[in-house]
Design a protein. Structure first.
Length: 388
């Protein structure tokens, strides 16, 4: 830990604590369990306090890596230089949680800043985030370089930290202590080989002000950085599809998800080879939804394109449908719906816009549609099959 209480009960940062010739000057105690601490202050590791090996402190029980200690110290000094009220490793008894940093802005807004370097499960991440929000704290998750997308294949650990906004698409915030910069990886997408494609902007830590970070986490935009705009914005992008030979191989898939899909196609008296081509547009998997896109697209059209039950489709209807599919294991996702709904909503929105482009649906406002045809009906004269 980076702070401790001295014999007078005052909170003392480790870098201000005194140590001479291997001997600690004064006594220091854990802010949580009140146990005696050891000051570790040398030429290699950043100055910090540690419990004795026999300690069973539940609050400060995590062993912290050098990048994590350096990152917290770096952010602490940055916020202090900006004149922001910041507390390091503040114990919040009502939450039974300890954010790395606690900010209190001039408008009274309280922000828990978590610098995450080590692995964390989706359940723990969701529980900690909801704990902060339940008591009126905003939370900024800033990840260490262990979580930067790079050219690696998609992983659950990265997906759970993704945010989404109209300005930045899918994005994640990375603090690199070695480079002393904060990098925003934005407009993340999946390629056909399940690798991340993205744009990136790296900003020196001191140049990215608190007001910009507040805008980033509250609105999903970074005012003043025009180079975040996609260079291809407004241009027509050629659509790519699965090849016919790959669609043919779907018949031989034996995993439960594809068996269920193929059975649904058979029971609906449809022909896999003559399904609409837009079902098989690439990429077939998205950041939020793990189930291949041609499967959930088929289910969506199957459930909503019945002319006898035709109705206005809204964002609420589609998200309720998705929630039901997730609950019944019809569709698999990479993130929890309550944790990152926008990441799951984006592919649904893109598909509805695609239906509008092809004349199968009409948009009523920004988040409502009416289906004008039955895209799965291969008898329509203007229907293009996946083998066309």
């Amino acid at each position: 830990m980076l702070i401790a209480r001295n014999a007078s009960g005052e909170l003392i940062p480790a870098y201000q604590a005194s140590k001479q010739k291997g001997k600690t000057i004064g006594e220091y105690y854990c802010p949580a369990c009140k146990g005696r601490l050891v000051l570790k202050k040398g030429d290699v590791m950043i100055a910090h306090f540690a419990h004795h090996q026999q300690s069973d402190c539940a609050v400060f029980s995590e062993g912290e890596t050098l990048p994590h200690l350096m990152g917290k110290q770096m952010l602490l000094e940055k916020f202090r230089r900006e004149g922001v009220a910041v507390t390091l490793e503040c114990w919040l008894p009502e939450l039974q949680q300890r954010p790395d940093l606690l900010l209190v802005l001039e408008n009274g807004k309280k922000i828990a800043v978590e610098y995450q370097c080590s692995p964390i499960s989706p359940a723990d991440l969701r529980a900690r985030t909801q704990g902060y929000q339940r008591f009126g704290y905003e939370v900024w998750w800033i990840c260490g370089t262990h979580y930067q997308p790079g050219g690696i294949k998609i992983t659950q650990s990265i997906c759970q930290f993704l945010n989404h906004s109209d300005a930045l698409g899918n994005w994640i915030c990375i603090l690199g202590t070695a480079a002393n910069e904060i990098a925003i990886h934005h407009h993340l997408k999946l390629s056909s080989d399940d690798r991340f494609h993205f744009m990136k902007i790296a900003i020196p830590v001191d140049d990215l002000k608190v007001v910009a970070l507040e805008s980033l986490y509250a609105k999903g935009c970074l005012p003043g950085y025009k180079d975040l705009l996609l260079p291809s914005a407004g241009k027509i992008v050629d659509r790519k599809h699965m090849q016919a030979k790959d669609i043919n191989l779907l018949r031989y898939r034996t995993d439960p998800e594809h068996r269920k899909f193929l059975l649904a196609v058979y029971l609906d008296r449809k022909d896999l080879y003559h399904l609409p081509a837009f079902l098989f547009e690439l990429p077939c998997r998205t950041l939020g939804i793990r189930t291949p896109a041609y499967i959930w697209r088929y289910y969506l059209l199957k459930d909503f394109s019945n002319p006898e039950t035709a109705k206005l489709l809204t964002k609420k209807h589609l998200l309720e449908w998705l929630s039901t599919c997730i609950r019944t294991n019809r569709i698999r996702t990479r993130v929890a719906m309550e944790a990152n709904m926008e990441l799951l909503w984006e592919p649904l929105l893109q598909f509805m816009m695609r239906l509008v482009e092809d004349g199968h649906a009409a948009a009523i406002g920004r988040e409502a549609w009416v289906l004008l045809s039955e895209p799965l009906n291969r008898n329509e004269t203007d229907q293009h099959s996946c083998l066309s």
